[in-house]
Design a protein around this ligand. Structure first.
Ligand code: OXD
Ligand code: MN
Length: 590
């Protein structure tokens, strides 16, 4: 399929190491996909679902010990330990290659080596980058085919260039003691062994598009961020774009596919989804920041997705989707998960593969679907997918939004005073754990820019890169905001309705970017005046709004202690600009 010398040489090396019985290039053709689906159904790797209700949809079950990303076994193998930084696991690259090749050696024996040429970003776009993943898993091939652009045209666009990412995946024995997800940023290489779970094995996603790409972005002057991208169209048909970073379980996919509340819909507002997880961001010819979604599909969490929380996501999963670790409804041969509706199937197969009475099983407190069960769905299925999704030139960003789950401290929304202050706001991002997750409510976990598990180099250098980008952007920089949908009352109930009504906050953000509304200056930044958040058509009092816009200086003083402790990790790699911002905050709180 290619004459590219660097690719051919690497593949020869991999063949000699892995000793496959057969080698198959993935060309992106429908015939090949159909044949692989058929083969996977015959081997039991996939279950074909009801094709009348869910055309081209399949169910897959992973091994029980292999259901999520494994941060403890994820390594950045930079040559110098210092370059992985205090927030990543590090392994010496020489030792890592030796160990990983030892584990993987000969493990394609009796199996097929699939070679997947893929592009992150539309093929041929100046934003895009190519990768080759080799794998012995048809599940990986079929998921990569949804999540990335796969096939011959990727190789044609790459030509003889050596600028592509090498990815070796081998299922081996799915042994969690020998599971490793290793990144070699200086070699553009990823090696993943002993897992078959999406986040660990779809190497285009977290491994390439965030960990490797963040390192490339630092060296090449662009940014790879854990951000959704959405467009807001006003009644005049003008579109403004926002990129937003949130830690997991803060509703990123829901925000990306937001349906405007009735009042806004009637006026003609629309929201368009460009991406739900990753943004590659560059400075355009006009000096502004432009973003593309490098992915081609959504790898979304199924539980909690329903007609009310996210009808667009649900609609997206109705064709061409692979479901992983959800429950099977045996009567209809369709899928079910907690939070889909209130009717678990009676004749069910739970996510591990046992037949159960779903009604009794869930009544006893068991989960039919794994809490991290997923759908892999083509982005083009999404009813609100943006016209710009495939364009390759990206969308210009008016605003960058950071957010977390904070019961009290952070107001519903605030705006940073400058780019550097905005970088500070992103760097102190935090989310509180919920009782359901840990038992200890309100433990603050810092997750700067939602990149803690995904930054492929020293996070202090990453902050410095953000500061540098701001210098290049000057007054063309997007405005930076922080939102918090999760303020609670004394009984622990969420105060703000969230979901579609979050558009009311985004509306204020856009107005601020256009210089159309004033704001109150507080110790932490600019907060809306109560009358400037539009509450038309919403049963929500001005007083309640005033309450969640409040900035409590005492709580922020305690926050400063936490920030100081966190910043201590970065030593002299912490940019002076961020220490200055912290000093300013302290001073403002006096
Ligand atoms: C994540 C994901 O873990 O997107 O952030 O899957
Ligand atoms: Mn994510």
């Amino acid at each position: 399929m290619t004459q590219n010398k660097s690719i051919l040489a690497w593949l020869e090396e991999m063949k000699a190491l892995m000793t496959p019985d057969e080698v198959v290039w993935i060309d992106g053709s429908q015939e090949q996909i159909d044949a692989l689906r058929k083969q996977a159904c015959e081997s039991g790797e996939l279950i074909k679902l009801n094709q009348d209700i869910l055309p081209d949809c399949y169910l897959h079950r992973t091994a029980v010990n292999d259901v999520a990303r494994v941060e403890a076994r994820t390594f950045i193998c930079a040559r110098e330990k210092e370059n992985a930084g205090p927030t990543n696991n590090w392994m010496d690259p020489k030792e890592a290659y030796e160990m990983l090749y030892g584990i993987a050696k000969g493990r394609y024996k009796g199996r097929t080596m699939y070679i997947i040429p893929y592009s992150m970003g539309p093929v041929g776009s100046p934003f895009s980058k190519a990768g080759i993943e080799i794998t012995d898993s048809i599940y990986v091939v079929l998921n990569m085919e949804i999540m990335t652009r796969v096939g011959k045209d990727v190789l044609e666009a790459l030509g003889d260039s050596n600028d592509w990412v090498r990815g070796l995946h081998a299922k081996c024995d799915i042994d969690d003691e020998k599971r490793y997800i290793c990144h070699f940023p200086e070699d553009n290489t990823i090696i993943s062994v002993n897992s078959g779970y999406g986040g660990n094995v779809l190497l285009g996603k977290k491994c390439f598009a965030l960990r490797i790409a963040s390192f490339q972005g630092k060296n090449e002057g662009w940014m790879a961020e854990h951000m959704l991208i959405l467009g807001i169209e006003n009644p005049q048909g003008e579109k403004k774009y926002i990129a937003a970073a949130f830690p997991s379980a803060c509703g990123k996919t829901n925000l990306a596919m937001l349906i405007p509340p009735e009042y806004y819909r009637n006026k003609g507002y629309k929201v368009w989804t460009v991406g739900d997880d990753i943004a590659w961001i560059r400075i355009g010819e006009d000096g502004r920041l432009w973003a593309v979604n490098p992915e081609n599909g959504f790898f979304g969490v199924a539980p909690g997705t329903n007609e009310k929380s996210n009808p667009n996501a649900l609609a997206t999963t109705k064709k061409g989707t692979i479901f992983t670790n959800v429950a099977l409804n045996k009567d209809t041969n369709t899928v079910w998960w907690e939070g889909l509706d209130k009717n678990p199937p009676v004749n069910a197969v739970e996510w591990k593969g046992s037949d159960v009475n779903g009604v009794e099983y869930t009544a006893e407190g068991n989960k039919l679907a794994h809490p991290n069960s997923r759908f892999t769905a083509p982005a083009i299925n999404c009813p609100c997918i943006s016209d710009e999704f495939n364009s390759g030139k990206g969308v210009p960003l008016s605003a960058i939004v950071f957010g977390g789950r904070r019961a009290k401290t952070a107001p519903l929304v605030y705006q940073s005073r400058s780019w550097n202050h905005g970088v500070f706001v992103g760097s102190i991002m935090a989310s509180e754990t919920t009782a359901a997750a840990t038992g200890a409510v309100g433990v603050v976990r810092r997750d700067p820019m939602a990149m803690l598990p995904f930054c492929g180099y020293h996070m202090g250098d990453y902050f410095a890169h953000w500061i540098e980008m701001g210098k290049k952007l000057g007054d063309k920089a997007p405005k930076i905001f922080n939102v918090n949908w999760f303020r609670t009352d004394d009984e622990g109930h969420f105060i703000w309705p969230g979901f579609g009504d979050n558009l009311r906050v985004l509306d204020w953000i856009i107005k601020r970017c256009e210089g159309k509304v004033d704001a109150n200056e507080t110790a932490i930044g600019y907060v809306p005046k109560v009358d400037d958040i539009n509450l038309e058509g919403l049963d929500f009092s001005r007083d309640a709004l005033a309450g969640i816009l409040e900035v409590d200086n005492a709580l922020w003083s305690a926050e400063v202690d936490g920030i100081e402790e966190f910043y201590g990790k970065f030593g002299d790699k912490l940019p002076a600009e961020l220490s200055e911002q912290l000093a300013t905050l302290k001073n403002n709180l006096k």
